[in-house]
Design a protein around this ligand. Structure first.
Ligand code: COA
Length: 336
């Protein structure tokens, strides 16, 4: 087995093809039923990073064929102690040490970049969870993903829910992201969930207006089409709530809905449900190819779980964040 650094921005097309083939084999083996990925904007998805962040990646090859991959995102600003990794081994080459070598390579690089910890997002119940547990990672955060199959939706009911909000509020949907004049207020609203974890690396970190602008630019450059629905407090013009969704070019039939936040002073007026319902109605018109919407919420977030249930979302997977400190990890990995 040979491990080499890999730059998806400049890799030949046949290597991007090989990455996609192996990744789809991993999906089929570990998460059967998940929509497979396509080529569209994949190179950009794998290589573009936010300003202040960096990506690195390595592939494992056997007889010149790609059999494993690890990507590492070196986060910036307040998360600059952390490296987030994404790792997979071709199902036909598992339990031969590929994953261990790739993880060791990424961890050594992260340590050399003065990172203190490595984190990975894992679907509970897949071999990955056992792999990380065996490597000394601890589970830190758990979120539940749920799915809404749009073919089951009663659109008249959704239209009704979208309009059912307290007097003094209205909802706007902004394809591409909120307009410039709303960014500061939007960023303030996002501060409410500063510590909301998992599944949000695409959009976070960064709540100040400039970083939001960078974040939106980065999403678009990676082939992720953003939509946001915003609840506005009509009298003050302030953002009272927001919900964010992206459609990946590499998997356009499934939309990912990230943060949904209602600022505490504006809770109890039906804004969470109305914003999500409005997003669904607008999505149906703007992106007719979308067949399902995926969302995540903390398992203890009762109000959001209820909102999702009313809209018809069904629980899908448990997503866990695994973390290990780098002080001990690189030394242990190759021998563990
Ligand atoms: C996690 C993953 C990368 C491990 O790859 P791998 O190349 O098989 O790992 P290794 O051969 O280096 O395994 C090293 C050790 O980890 C542990 N391990 C790995 N897989 C395991 C499993 N299924 N059950 C229990 N322990 C496991 C074992 O201790 C193993 O050592 P051993 O084979 O000597 O017993 C691989 O299972 C994978 O690709 N999972 C899917 C990742 C993914 O992103 N999926 C996408 C959606 S979830």
């Amino acid at each position: 087995m040979r491990i080499r650094e890999w730059n998806p921005a400049t890799a030949p097309d046949r290597e991007i093809d090989a990455w996609l083939r192996v990744f789809n084999a991993v999906l089929a083996a570990d998460l059967p039923g998940e929509p497979l990925w396509r080529h569209d904007r994949l190179r950009e998805y794998l290589s573009v990073a936010m300003p202040g962040e960096r990506r690195a990646a390595w592939i494992a090859e056997v007889d010149g064929e790609l059999v494993g991959y690890v990507g590492e995102l070196l986060l910036g600003y307040d998360l600059s102690g952390t490296a987030v990794i994404e790792l997979f081994t071709d199902p036909a080459h598992r339990r031969t040490g590929v994953g261990r070598e790739l993880l060791a390579t990424a961890a050594e690089h992260a340590a050399a970049q003065h990172r203190q910890s490595v984190t990975a997002e894992v679907v509970e119940g897949t071999p990955t969870a056992e792999f990380y547990a065996a490597r000394g990672f601890a589970r830190t955060v758990v979120e539940e993903s749920s799915l809404l199959d749009l073919s089951t939706v009663d659109w008249d009911r959704i239209g009704g829910l979208a309009g059912r909000i307290g007097a003094g509020y209205h909802i706007e949907n902004y394809p591409g992201g909120p307009p410039d004049e709303l960014l500061a207020s939007y960023a303030d609203a996002k501060l409410v969930i500063r510590h909301t974890p998992v599944a949000d690396v695409e959009w976070n970190p960064g709540f100040e207006a400039d970083r939001l602008r960078d974040s939106l630019r980065t999403l678009r450059a990676r082939g992720l089409r953003p939509y946001v629905a915003v609840a506005l407090h009509t009298a003050s013009g302030e953002v009272a709530g927001l919900t964010e969704l992206v459609i990946p070019a590499h998997r356009p039939q499934r939309a990912d809905q990230y943060d949904t936040i209602v600022v505490p002073a504006h809770r109890g007026y039906g804004l969470g449900l109305a914003m999500k319902a409005r997003m669904l109605a607008d999505l149906r018109a703007a992106e007719p190819q979308v067949r399902e919407v995926q969302t995540w919420q903390a398992v203890e977030d009762e109000p959001m779980l209820r909102v999702n249930a009313v809209l018809g979302f069904r629980p899908d997977h448990l997503w866990c964040e695994y973390e290990a400190p780098l002080t001990s990890l690189p030394r242990n990995l190759r021998t563990a």
